[in-house]
Write a protein that binds this ligand. Structure first.
Ligand code: PLP
Length: 438
């Protein structure tokens, strides 16, 4: 049966903006096939969810086996072997050592929900009201997480007043820092942002009233921005000095995408609370808020919960994801292919002046488009290139960046070198087509 999105569009709220009208019938590995049999190379992968591509057979089998036994009875009332086992195995790979290891877990269903949990936990555990978030951040679209999201004022439009008690501080990315800090001076940006954070505590947000500082260790939607280590280390020191909890949102950067299990491991900085989602359950909706047993102990019992959180089928898929990461060495592959991708992109940058920057770590890599010879954002380039790739090259892609001019290379972690080459070839064709019509 041929199915057209347009025939059904009227039944869907227009608030949910879609980048294509493609009706996806099947997905296998790197590819999605629409209901008309047209195949697309999928460089969105469910927005950085599918670590092993679409319908990986081990994940499918784990889901099928568990679905045949028990789908839902609510973790509020019973325990599931899969969820208990997942908690134990995740705790084993949690960041931190000894008492600072984040081995106590609260499962929920999506990224924003995990961040809401983190805010509630931080407030409850510290008895303090204020939260500091970063400009350029993306933490979700619930009322709570919209309040701590600073990647685009559009997300807040029409929703004020949001959750109160939130202050923002700049994240060390170029457009959030003064022009006087040179583009390559990552350390200079880190110094500036630490100075701004200290000023915030001095002039506006009393440190003894701040429950937590929340940030993505590598900003995702904000543009795949990896800060200088000095920034995250400096934030950790400020938190320690004032008894503020540090929350790392690893919803996009976690589970090996940056070539280490957690992005925070690149910086040797351990948060007090971490949130994960996306890749955690192989494409099924699951997320998690992690902390130390001592902090979790301070969360007033029964004041937070969820009907579906910790679902046994999602947990079975989560166990399969952990198996795949280990057995197929996916984290190392992410590092190797990510480094190759970045090296090739940096060469390509020399051939195409519209590519102003290549950044990120491993398979969390983005290209930024600017007007040639400047850092003036070129959002039209992203729009043209994405459309060209979808229509001419049958490749699905998505953007990032606070100015809508970043291009994310979201590949499954089991991508092969030949597949990286294919993505690069298609990308360069689209970039050249854009430059030719400028
Ligand atoms: C870093 C980060 N945090 C939170 C979220 C929100 O996750 P969800 O859309 O599952 O609520 C996202 C989603 O893109 C994200 O990238």
């Amino acid at each position: 049966m041929t199915m057209k999105f347009e025939d059904y569009q009227q039944y869907l709220s227009p608030v949910f903006v879609k980048s294509s009208h493609l009706v996806a019938g099947e997905g296998h590995g790197l590819y999605i096939t629409d209901v008309n049999g047209v195949e697309y190379l999928d460089m969105i992968q469910g927005i950085a969810v599918n670590v092993a591509g679409h319908t990986n057979e081990k994940i499918v089998k784990a889901i099928q086996d568990q679905a045949g036994k028990l789908i839902h009875a609510s973790f509020n009332h019973v325990n599931y072997p899969t969820t208990l086992e997942l908690a134990k195995r995740l705790a084993a790979v949690a960041p931190g050592e000894g008492e600072k290891k984040l081995t106590s877990l609260f499962f929920s269903n999506g990224g924003a929900e995990a961040n809401d949990s983190a805010i509630k936990l931080a407030r409850c555990a510290t008895g303090r009201p204020l939260i500091i978030a970063c400009q350029g951040s993306f933490h979700g679209r619930t009322v709570g997480t919209t309040a701590i999201t600073g990647s685009n004022s559009h997300y807040r439009e029409a929703y004020e007043p949001l959750m109160g008690g939130v202050y923002f501080t700049p994240f060390p990315q170029r457009i959030l820092c003064p022009d006087s800090i040179a583009n390559e001076d990552l350390e200079g940006r880190a110094d500036y942002c630490l100075w701004m954070l200290n000023n915030l505590l001095k002039f506006l947000a009393p440190a003894q009233e701040v429950a937590a500082i929340i940030m993505e260790p590598i900003q995702g939607e904000g543009g795949y921005v990896a800060p200088h280590p000095k920034f995250l280390k400096g934030v950790r020191e400020i938190c320690d000095k004032h008894g503020i909890l540090l929350i790392f949102d690893e919803i996009q950067s976690g589970f090996g995408r940056t070539g280490k299990m957690w992005a925070s491991q690149h910086y040797d900085v351990v948060p007090d609370i971490m949130t994960t989602g996306k890749a955690i359950a192989g494409g099924l909706p699951m997320s998690c808020c992690w902390s130390t047993p001592a902090i979790m102990e301070k969360w007033n019992k029964g004041t937070h919960g969820t009907t579906f959180g910790g679902n046994p089928v999602c947990a079975a898929a989560g166990l399969a994801v952990l198996d795949l990461l280990e057995e197929e060495n996916l984290i190392e592959n992410s590092r190797v292919q990510g480094e190759y991708l970045q090296a090739q992109l940096k060469e390509m940058q020399k051939r195409h002046p519209v590519i102003a920057d290549i950044r990120g770590i491993a398979l969390m890599t983005a290209a930024e488009f600017c007007k040639p010879g400047t850092f003036e954002p070129d959002a039209a380039a992203l729009q043209f290139i994405s459309k060209y790739l979808r229509e001419e090259e049958h490749m699905l892609t998505t953007g990032c960046g606070v100015n809508g001019n970043g291009f994310r290379f979201i590949m499954p972690l089991n991508i092969k070198k030949e597949e990286v080459d294919l993505c690069l070839e298609k990308f360069e064709k689209a970039v050249a087509a854009y430059e030719a019509q400028c």
